[in-house]
Design a protein around this ligand. Structure first.
Ligand SMILES: Cc1ncc(COP(=O)(O)O)c(C=O)c1O
Length: 482
């Protein structure tokens, strides 16, 4: 007789012991994260052990877990640490650790079957419609992140506004469709144009004013010129929080303009949309609620663990028309059973199989409440203002851009004979290597800037003082040697 087996543990109580230990270890890891370096490079011996051939024979889970403890867990990127302010990354929370366990336990596929996950996702989308001023008739879907959320909005806009049937015929030849965004826009826009067949030349990058906000007059001129040459303008991106400096375009002016010109108004609020919840900053993103589509990421300034991007589309029928993709093998030809309502989320997203992304925001919002989350976001904004003031009051440091939100760009001042860009970039790397803090860089008008984007609920004012001291230490050391 052929022996039947499953991959379930032979000994559930042994599995439970290891799992309990893993839970205790990971909670302790999170609790004590402050005692660890903000970042440390992956040692050579670890890299070597991570290049072995595929394991053919089984190993005890216990020993695999010990390998994880030794080679994987100690070398994260650092964004869970209180002094990580690189790129734009959220910290994660203890509750999302629990959510990951629950998600894996249910292991539910979420194209939108008649299952609890569908109703959870619908509920979270409707919460964000409420919080961001979108109508309850809008539709929305969780995706991996900001790039996907923005791209999905662009796809719906393209399929809705193109004067030919892009769903059936695609974009053939040299498309005359044109989209508009400020020069400060994140690189998602190039990737999206590449993937959606519009090509990067479809983007008109519009100059910014002295606050790094899109110049609406230049936008209007570009659209007029393009139309006069037979191009087809259809999409304007407004930034709620630019990746470089946290600037927010005049979203009301863009909404007015797009309304007049019948253009799709999109807002990239990857992190900045969350300012709408901050008690003293919500006016910054006023006008966002008038967008045709809005992309935001809860794994950034919602502090959730990855992956928690989301897009809201005002016109739910345009959303579905752009993406629905029925197939007979997915249903059983009746309005009953698991596909009673069709596949409500795969019909408005790029994906068919999808994880249960909405459970994290569902647990987090219920646990903290919106007010508390808003205060946490406000705290980061206040901390960024504190950092900017400290820089301005230092004779050794120079603030390189206004810091209206949670992003601060600055540099260490250098004597004229020193290459300031090279020295500041070395400071960033040296502070990272020291494990004291993680800043990354940005280029502001051709000048390299040390950049902090504070989307970190663990950061304290003392952390900011400590990290600035590390910058000054590395700057002085280099200046003395120059
Ligand atoms: C303003 C902005 N838009 C879009 C993105 C892309 O988001 P993701 O990295 O989640 O794809 C980012 C990432 O930092 C961002 O800051």
């Amino acid at each position: 007789m052929v022996s039947e087996r499953s991959l379930d543990p032979d000994d559930w109580s042994n599995f439970a012991n290891i799992a309990h230990r893993a839970v205790d270890d990971t909670i302790a890891f999170l609790r004590d994260i402050r005692e660890r370096p903000a970042w440390q490079p992956v040692p050579e011996d670890v890299k070597e052990r991570l290049t072995t051939p595929a394991p053919r024979a089984p190993a005890e889970l216990q020993s695999v877990y010990e390998e994880f403890q030794r080679d994987v867990l100690p070398y994260p990127i650092g964004n869970i640490h209180p002094r990580y302010w690189g790129t734009v990354m959220g910290t994660g929370t203890a509750e999302t650790l629990l959510a990951d366990l629950l998600i894996s336990t249910m292991n539910t596929n979420c194209p939108g079957f008649d299952q609890s996950a569908t109703y959870v996702e619908r509920q979270v989308v409707s919460w964000f419609c409420e919080l961001f001023g979108f109508p309850q008739s809008a539709s929305g879907v969780f995706v991996t992140g900001g790039t996907m959320a923005n791209m999905l909005a662009l796809l719906v806009a393209r399929n809705t506004h193109a004067p030919f049937d892009t769903r059936t015929h695609g974009i053939t030849g040299r498309s005359r469709l044109r989209i508009y965004a400020s020069t400060e826009t994140h690189a998602w826009i190039k990737r999206a144009c590449n993937i959606l067949g519009l090509g990067e030349h479809a983007i008109r990058f519009i100059p910014v004013d002295r606050h790094r906000r899109i110049d609406v007059g230049s936008l209007a001129r570009a659209v007029r010129d393009d139309r006069s040459q037979g191009h087809i303008p259809f999409f304007v991106n407004g930034n709620a929080g630019t990746v470089n400096t946290g600037a927010t375009d005049d979203l009301n002016a863009l909404a007015d303009y797009c309304e007049r010109e019948s253009l799709w108004f999109h807002v990239d609020g990857a992190f900045g949309a969350m300012a709408a919840l901050a008690p003293r900053a919500r006016a910054i993103v006023s006008g966002m609620e008038r967008a045709d589509s809005l992309a935001f990421d809860l794994h950034k300034w919602g502090y959730l663990s990855y992956e928690a991007g989301c897009v809201l589309i005002r016109d739910a029928s345009a959303h579905r028309a752009a993406l629905k993709n029925p197939a007979p093998y997915l249903t059983h030809g009746s309005n009953d059973g698991i596909t009673a309502e069709g596949l409500v989320f795969s019909d408005i997203s790029f994906e068919l199989s999808r994880g249960f992304r909405a459970l994290k925001p569902w647990i987090a919002l219920k646990t903290y409440g919106v007010e508390r989350l808003g205060e946490q976001i406000q705290q980061n904004i206040d901390q960024a203002a504190y950092l900017a003031r400290a820089i301005e009051s230092s004779t050794e440091l120079e603030l390189l851009a206004e810091a209206p939100l949670n992003v601060v760009c600055f540099r260490y001042r250098t004597p004229p004979h020193v290459d300031a860009n090279a020295l500041n970039s070395e400071i960033v790397a040296a502070v990272q290597r020291s494990g004291d803090a993680v800043f990354t860089g940005a280029v502001i008008d051709g000048t390299f800037a040390i950049r902090a984007a504070i989307t970190n609920h663990r950061t304290t004012y003392a952390d900011i003082d400590y990290a600035l001291a590390a910058i000054l230490r590395e700057g002085r050391r280099r200046r003395a040697a120059s």
